[in-house]
Write a protein that binds this ligand. Structure first.
Ligand code: AMP
Length: 302
């Protein structure tokens, strides 16, 4: 089963305590698509400018990502610059230039409109809703957002959330969106606005899912070498939804497995800058790390 994704395709400039990468491939939809492509077909909707390097298009195609919905328009590609201190959990945005996304009106190709799995990756909530409105009867709509849109477009974001089944955001965004410092209360408030479930990404502390009044906690893999956390959230979402679309099973048990698969993909992505680690990653490595996760979190009943 394929996934339709809309979100940013970007050129990022990133500084971490371990190095710097300038004008490298990034973007929420890019990380998501690359991670999900290990499990299922991905149809990408978005826009790049005239300056978007051909080698990046070639990379997307090498991962069999369908780019018929990816437009190239006059102007510059979306750009984001950010830095991280020793606490790699928090990105500090230095600059965001939406560029060609400012006037982008998505036209979802006819063959994608019956997609069952839809991911509204982090981008303008107006654009997220525009794409959502063009898909006929999606089985699962998941979405992400960030402080940039929570601050600038709160009303539009609330309207988008009305059509979303599952929201995947980090802990700071959960608190900011709900206006409550307590994660449990914040989660409950957000679920009153439309989503049936919430996944809270907590960086090196793993992820929490809240649905049907219950919590599930997944650990993060203890890594010795983390170079660049950029894209961890999007690769988590890509592994998670990719696995669900591949198995087409939304039972509680399978959703838990999908959360671990998301954590596996994020753990690989942070091992190098940009999407470099995903470029060399193989499926057997994914399976091995999944089993390591199982051992990491396993404990017996009393
Ligand atoms: P993540 O680290 O998973 O939260 O996402 C990082 C990616 O999000 C980077 O590659 C950026 O290009 C992209 N990004 C940053 N700010 C925005 C924004 N305001 N809207 C859409 N994408 C963004």
């Amino acid at each position: 089963m394929s996934i339709l994704v809309v979100g940013s395709i970007a050129l990022d400039t990133v500084r971490t305590p371990f190095g710097e990468a300038r004008e490298v491939l990034g973007g929420s939809a890019t990380y998501f698509s690359a991670a999900a492509s290990f499990f299922t077909e991905v149809n990408l909707v978005g826009v790049v400018g005239e300056d978007f390097p051909e080698e990046h298009m070639a990379f997307l195609e090498s991962r069999s990502i369908d780019t018929r919905g990816l437009r190239r328009m006059p102007g510059k590609t979306f750009r984001w610059a950010g830095e991280y201190g020793f606490d790699l959990n928090e990105a500090h945005t230095l600059d965001t230039q939406v560029n060609v996304f400012a006037d982008f009106k998505a036209e979802v190709p006819e063959e994608y409109r019956s997609s069952e799995f839809l991911f509204l990756a982090n981008i303008d909530p107006d654009l997220q809703r525009d794409v959502l409105g063009q898909v006929r009867e999606p089985l699962l709509v998941a979405a992400d957002t960030m402080n940039f849109w929570i601050q600038r477009k709160p009303d539009s974001l609330r309207r988008t959330l009305e059509g979303v089944h599952l929201l995947i955001i980090n802990d700071a965004e959960t608190r900011q969106l709900a206006g409550d410092p307590n994660l449990v209360k914040a989660a409950k408030r957000i679920l009153d606005w439309g989503p049936r479930a919430l996944i809270i990404k907590r960086g090196e502390y793993g992820a929490l899912m809240f649905n049907n009044g219950r919590w599930f906690a997944a650990p993060a893999y203890p890594l010795e070498a983390i170079f660049d956390p950029t894209g961890a959230g999007d690769t988590f979402a890509g592994g998670f939804l990719g696995y669900l679309a591949n198995t087409r099973n939304l039972s509680d048990e399978n959703v838990r497995k999908a959360i671990i698969m998301g954590s596996v993909m994020a753990s690989f992505n942070v091992e190098d800058f940009s999407l470099d680690r995903l470029k060399t990653l193989t499926y057997p490595e994914i399976e091995t790390r999944y089993r390591e996760f199982k051992r990491l979190a396993h404990f017996e009943d009393l």
